[in-house]
Design a protein around this ligand. Structure first.
Ligand code: ZN
Ligand code: ZN
Length: 345
């Protein structure tokens, strides 16, 4: 099969013929119909994760099952499926409790094993991790859910418990940030979007942000406080840097809830977090790490009903060759919204 393969940290990715995967015990092989490219793929390429090289990236996928391993009960060849980027082991107490997103023995396609920038991908513990794609949802839309959209959904619904009428500041208007804007609006919250790029903010406004602030060095906390009579109830850092995390935390009112979604890799030592403000204002700091398959049906029902429209976030579709060229510069790409790869192109 054809796959985007990376031979070493920061090596130029290439499209090459590689061995097709086989279904592990309890797992399946999926023919990839669509797979998203996100900043986490760039982090893996850049050496911020523990990766065994050579490696095939890709963790936001949807496709059709082509092979079912021994012991799988719920799935058949031909089923249309997607999968959260965190795949639980299916055996531990966390998985049994429906919390596979924090499974200590988790697998992540594109990180712990070869991922979906390929014609086929192997997935583990299928009965725990696979999600059936409803008839009315296409593969590109389903692929756009697995990482950023589901993470934004869980961050706001299950972690921050955002309610109608509350203010939420979303820092970063890329894939996860724009997802958060759309989901927050659907929940009846009032959204302030923050980004360095005016064109990304224009998209956030289209998706329901009531206010937008260009992060041009201004005091985001002070501006949000002025717009919201004291600060937002909830803040999301959808980027993951010392600056964006700090901006999000400083945008909160007293007793506010911050959700950290963007990864803060300790590139130059671990980034500082404004803990004095967290203590003095009794802020809640919450982490959010994807969403377990068991929680998908509620979100998928909102997508089928049209209340949520993740397909609006899909900016462009490219092939494997283009994906290989794009990955090393993906941290600097100017495209807002989601980039989807179709391996058959
Ligand atoms: Zn587990
Ligand atoms: Zn991702």
């Amino acid at each position: 099969m054809r796959a985007v393969i990376i031979d070493a940290v920061r090596a130029q990715p290439e499209v090459r013929e590689v061995d097709t995967p086989f279904a592990p015990e309890g797992g399946v092989v999926v023919q990839v119909k669509a797979t998203g490219m996100c900043r986490s793929d760039w982090h893996a390429w850049a050496g911020h994760d523990d990766i065994a090289w050579p490696h095939v990236p890709g963790h936001e996928l949807a496709g059709v099952i082509t092979e079912v391993g021994a012991g799988v009960e719920r799935w058949r060849v031909g089923d249309r499926v997607t999968v959260p980027f965190v795949c639980g082991c299916g055996r531990c107490a966390w998985c049994a409790a429906g919390e596979a997103q924090v499974c200590p023995d988790q697998e992540q396609p594109g990180f712990t094993h070869w991922g979906s920038f390929a014609e086929q991908v192997a997935l583990h513990a299928a009965d725990t991790n696979l999600v059936a794609i409803p008839e009315g949802v296409d593969f590109a839309t389903a692929a756009s859910l697995g990482c950023r959209f589901a993470t934004a959904y869980r961050a706001l619904v299950a972690r921050a418990r955002l309610t109608k009428g509350e203010w939420v500041t979303v820092v970063g208007a890329g894939g996860v940030g724009l997802s958060a804007v759309m989901i927050a609006r659907a929940l009846g919250a009032r959204v302030i979007a923050v980004d360095r790029k005016p064109e990304a903010l224009a998209l956030a406004t289209d998706l329901g942000a009531e206010q937008s602030l260009v992060a041009d060095g201004r005091d985001i906390g002070a501006d949000v406080a002025a717009l919201t009579d004291g600060g937002s109830h909830v803040a999301v850092d959808a980027v993951g840097s010392e600056q964006t995390s700090s901006d999000a935390i400083h945008s909160l009112r007293r007793r506010g809830r911050h959700v950290q979604v963007g990864l803060l890799p300790p590139v130059d030592g671990h980034p500082r977090v404004p803990m004095a403000r967290v203590i003095g204002w009794e802020l809640d700091l919450l982490g959010s790490h994807g969403m377990a398959a068991v929680d998908y049906p509620e979100m998928l029902a909102l997508i089928e009903s049209g209340a949520l429209q993740p397909q609006r976030l899909v900016e462009r579709t490219i092939g494997l060759e283009e994906a290989a060229s794009l990955l090393p510069v993906f941290d600097r790409t100017s495209v807002a919204g989601m980039t989807i790869i179709d391996p058959s192109r």
